[in-house]
Design a protein around this ligand. Structure first.
Ligand code: NAP
Length: 246
């Protein structure tokens, strides 16, 4: 995908999990990367070190995606360093797995702040600061297609992300910018594994057509396609990357 050479990509939440692999894969394709994190500074620096050791270009920038001033500063840092932003991946997210009756107002506020307001603030910056023919890829989840108990509020945040994606695609399409969301299925990261028994993990793995959970690389390759010139005619879509889970 040589069309990515020289592009500048901000990947929110790329200190760990899917985002960290995606940052490294975009760098291998020749993108200059902004590795964003909120608290995991050492992990973010390690992602930058891995990229630079492989001949790539990256900086780490601390920013809480739920903070308007932090999101503006994240774009400022990218433009100060590289002169432009071509690709925004709104990957940062958190999960809360609780029955609705057990979900507190604090849980609700926190997850909507990061998963929905974080994406909204990224889109607001992208609306005026992304290059022509830029790319926005937002992270939803395949649980919006299922009715899994304990996923109520988490899946509600992702449903909001999918709808923002569809509307925003129409708002920026005139500048050649594409806007899509990706819906991973269960993927081998802390966010999915935390608090789950081996039995639960195997049960969820067996729900996919391919009989396993995803790896971050399975998701990264689809984001790379959406970020590339090859996906110029794909916009306003939600793409499942879930091994047939849903
Ligand atoms: P993860 O391993 O828990 O990593 C989450 C990343 O987001 C970390 O780098 C974290 O950095 C960052 N982050 C969290 N809050 C942030 C904030 N307020 N501001 C900036 N960064 C923040 O999660 P993951 O599994 O890779 O998930 C990535 C995305 O995929 C999420 O949107 C998630 O909902 C979605 N997804 C995941 C799965 C799955 O099974 N794993 C399935 C479907 C969808 P810090 O540690 O520095 O905070």
């Amino acid at each position: 995908m040589s069309s990515l050479k020289g592009k500048v990509a901000i990947v929110t939440g790329s200190s760990r999990g899917i985002g960290s692999i995606l940052a490294k894969d975009l760098a291998k394709e020749g993108c200059n990367i902004v590795v964003n994190y909120s608290g995991s500074e050492a992990d973010a620096k390690s992602v930058v070190d891995d990229i630079t050791a492989s001949g790539g270009v990256a900086i780490a920038v601390q920013a809480n995606v739920a903070s308007p001033s932090d999101m503006t500063a994240l774009f400022d840092a990218a433009i100060d360093q590289y002169g432009k932003v071509d690709i925004l991946v709104n990957n940062a997210g958190i999960s809360i797995y609780k029955l609705v009756k057990d979900t507190t107002e604090e849980d609700f506020e926190r997850i909507f702040q990061i998963n929905v307001k974080g994406v909204f603030l990224g889109l607001k910056e992208a609306a005026t600061r992304l290059q022509e023919n830029g790319r926005v890829i937002n992270f939803s989840s395949s649980v919006t297609r299922l009715m899994l108990p304990t996923y109520g509020v988490y899946s509600a945040t992702k449903a909001a992300v999918e709808q923002l994606t569809r509307v925003f695609a129409k708002e920026v399409g005139a500048r050649g910018i594409t806007v899509n969301s990706i819906s991973p299925g269960p993927t081998n990261t802390d966010l999915f594994l935390k608090g789950k028994t081996e039995e639960t993990i195997q049960r969820l793995a067996s729900m996919s057509a391919l009989g396993r959970i995803g790896e971050p690389e399975d998701i990264s390759s689809v984001v790379l396609f959406l970020a590339s010139e090859s996906a110029a005619w794909v916009t306003g879509q939600n793409i499942g990357a879930n091994g047939g889970f849903a």
